[in-house]
Design a binder for this molecule. Structure first.
Ligand code: ADP
Ligand code: LRH
Length: 493
C-alpha cells in the first residue's frame, strides 16, 4: 500500500513544532517541517500565550507541508489546563491566559475556602494544583468582566481545531486537565462549578480522541490542504506522549519529560480515593478509555528558567553545556522540593533555589554546575517519591520507567533516575508526543489497528537507550530528606 502522511501539530510550553508523520505499513517516520519558540508574557496585567503568533506559525508550516505532499489529516496537541474564550461569532475574545499567573494561586485558595479541597477532588479525580483551569475560570467569573462577551470555552488545542475546521467542541483528554471535568464519567463537573458560583453555559460538547470533525476550511482548505481532514487527536500533549510511549513491559511507569515531568501509570479506569487525593495523584483522560494516574512534577521548567536568567546575566549556555557542567559536580549536595510554590512563576530561578536551600538549612549551590546538579538530583528524588506513592495506592510496584520528550536526552537525569529508583530507565523517543498525536490519526484513518499496534510500530521505528540502576545508599538518605521538605512545604501551603 502507498505510504500516507498525516500532520501532527505539537505545541509545548517551551516550543512548538509541525511534524509530517509518514507510515509505510511498517515504519512511522517523522519529518519536522518547522519549530518555533513558545512562552507566556504579561498583557493587560495577566500572563498570556501568544495565540495569534502560534496560529501564524501553524498556518504557514501546514501550508508549506501541503504544497510539498498530500496530507491525509491534521491534528493538534498542546499543553493542558488553559482555555480560550470565543464570542458568539466565533472570534477569539482575547489571548488565552497562562496557568503560571499568580492569580491562580489566589483563586485556588478562594476555591478551597468556598467548597473545600475534598469537594474539588471528589468531583473530578483531578490533582488540586494552582495551575488547573477551573481556578482561572473562577477568577474570570468573580474578579473580571471577561465572561460578559464569551459564548464558548475551548481548551487550547481545540482553539486550533476551531480555526482549522470550525469545530466548537473540546476533546476529552484536554477537558480532563481543566479541573472542572470528571475523568471517570467523561462529563463536566457542573455541580462543582455551581458550588463555586462559576457559570456553566460556556462549556462545549466533548468529543473523543480520534474523531474526524470535517475537512480543513478557510485559506488552507481552499489551498494547500484541500481534501485534508481534521482528526482531533489526544489534544492534551501528555496524553499524546503516553500514547507514543513504548513501555518496557507490564508494571512500566512513564515520565513525559519536557517543561513538566508527568510521571505515572496507564490504567483501564480512574482511581480516585482518599489515598490518591492525599498523595496528590491525578486522573487524566487518555486514548480509548485509558486513564493516566499521575503526578505533575515541576520538571525542567526550573532549568529553563535558570538558563534564561543566566542568559540575561550574559552567559548563554545550551542544555548540553548545562548537563556537562552538572556532571562534573559531586551528587546530592543540596536537595529542593521541585513542586514547592517558590518555583511556579517565571523569574530569577537560581536565586530562588539558593534562597530555598538557605531557608531549609541545606548547602547553597553557588556555581552554575552546582545549581543544575541540585535541580537534576532533586527531580530524580521526586521521581522516586512518586514511584513509591503510585505503588502504595495501586499495590503494584513498578518494574521500569520509560522517559520520553526533550528531557529524555538528559543522560545525567536518566542515570540519576535509575540510581534513585533502583529501576531500569528507558529513554526515547524524544518526539513521543508528535508520534502519539499522529498515531491516533492513523488509527482513525484505518492505517493502524489500535494502541498496541501503534506502540509496536513506535518501538520498531526508533532507537531507545536504557540506563541500569547502580546501588548507592546516598540516594536513600537524600530520599528521606526530600520527604521532609515535601511535608514542610505542604504544611506551609
Ligand atoms: P515542551 O514540550 O514542554 O516544550 P520538550 O519536550 O520540547 O518540552 O522538552 C524541552 C526540554 O528538553 C528542555 O527544557 C531541556 O531541559 C530538554 N532538552 C532539550 N534538548 C536537550 C539536550 N540536548 N540535552 C539535555 N536536555 C535537553
Ligand atoms: C505538559 C502539560 C501538563 C500540564 C501542564 C500545564 O506540557 O500539558 O500535562 O499539566 O502542561
Amino acid at each position: 500500500p502507498a505510504a500516507r502522511t498525516v500532520a501532527a501539530v505539537d505545541l509545548g510550553a517551551e516550543s512548538g513544532r509541525v511534524v509530517a508523520a509518514t507510515f509505510d505499513g511498517h515504519r512511522l517516520d517523522l519529518d519536522v517541517v518547522g519549530r518555533f519558540p513558545n512562552g507566556a508574557r504579561p498583557v493587560d496585567g495577566v500572563l498570556r500565550w501568544e495565540f495569534e503568533r502560534l496560529w501564524g506559525h501553524v498556518e504557514e508550516q501546514l501550508g508549506t507541508l501541503g504544497r510539498d505532499r498530500s496530507v491525509a489529516s491534521v491534528g493538534v496537541d498542546t499543553w493542558g489546563v488553559d482555555y480560550g474564550l470565543l464570542r458568539a461569532d466565533g472570534s477569539l475574545l482575547d489571548e488565552p491566559t497562562c496557568y503560571r499567573d499568580p492569580r491562580q494561586v489566589r483563586a485556588m485558595a478562594e476555591a478551597i475556602s468556598l467548597v473545600g479541597r475534598e469537594a474539588l477532588y471528589a468531583a473530578t479525580g483531578c490533582q488540586t494544583m494552582e495551575i488547573n483551569g477551573v481556578f482561572a475560570l473562577l477568577d474570570d467569573a468573580h474578579h473580571t468582566d471577561r465572561l460578559a462577551d464569551a459564548a464558548t470555552l475551548l481548551m487550547v488545542p481545540d482553539l486550533f481545531h476551531h480555526r482549522l475546521s470550525g469545530l466548537r467542541a473540546t476533546e476529552h483528554t484536554a477537558a480532563s486537565t481543566s479541573g472542572m471535568y470528571d475523568t471517570a464519567s467523561g462529563t463536566w463537573a457542573t455541580g462543582l462549578l455551581d458550588a463555586l458560583q462559576v457559570p456553566t453555559h460556556l462549556l462545549p460538547e466533548v468529543v473523543a480522541p480520534g474523531t474526524d470533525v470535517g475537512p480543513v476550511v478557510g485559506a488552507l482548505g481552499e489551498g494547500p490542504l484541500a481534501g485534508t481532514r481534521v482528526v482531533v487527536p489526544t489534544g492534551h500533549d501528555t496524553a499524546a506522549a503516553v500514547v507514543g510511549t513504548p513501555f518496557g513491559g507490564p508494571g512500566g511507569l512513564f515520565i513525559s519529560s519536557g517543561t513538566w515531568s508527568l510521571m505515572g501509570v496507564e490504567r483501564d479506569e480512574a482511581l480516585a480515593t482518599p489515598a490518591t487525593a492525599a498523595a496528590n495523584l491525578t486522573n487524566e483522560g487518555g486514548y480509548a478509555g485509558t486513564v493516566r494516574l499521575l503526578r505533575n512534577v515541576m520538571g525542567l521548567w526550573i532549568l529553563q528558567e535558570c538558563r534564561r536568567q543566566w542568559a540575561r546575566e550574559g552567559t548563554d549556555l545550551s542544555y548540553t553545556d548545562l548537563v556537562e557542567l552538572a556532571t562534573a559536580e559531586p551528587p546530592l549536595r543540596s536537595v529542593v522540593n521541585p513542586n514547592a510554590t517558590d518555583f511556579l512563576a517565571p523569574g530569577d530561578m537560581p536565586s530562588r533555589l539558593r534562597a530555598y536551600c538557605a531557608r531549609h538549612g541545606d548547602p547553597v549551590p553557588e556555581t552554575v554546575g552546582a545549581v543544575v546538579r541540585c535541580v537534576i538530583d532533586s527531580l530524580a528524588l521526586t521521581y522516586r517519591a512518586t514511584a513509591e506513592d503510585l505503588a502504595a495506592v495501586t499495590g503494584e510496584p513498578a518494574t521500569s520507567i520509560s522517559v520520553t520528550g526533550g528531557g529524555s536526552q538528559n543522560a545525567l537525569l536518566a542515570q540519576a533516575t535509575a540510581d534513585a529508583t533502583g529501576l531500569p530507565v528507558h529513554c526515547g523517543p524524544v518526539e513521543a508526543t508528535a508520534l502519539g498525536n499522529a498515531g491516533v490519526q492513523l488509527i482513525a484513518l484505518g492505517e493502524l489497528a489500535d494502541l498496541a499496534d501503534l506502540r509496536r510500530v513506535v518501538a520498531a521505528s526508533g532507537r531507545l537507550r536504557t540506563h541500569q540502576p547502580r546501588a548507592s545508599p546516598a540516594w536513600d538518605a537524600a530520599a528521606a530528606r526530600l520527604r521532609q521538605l515535601m511535608t514542610a512545604d505542604d504544611q506551609a501551603r
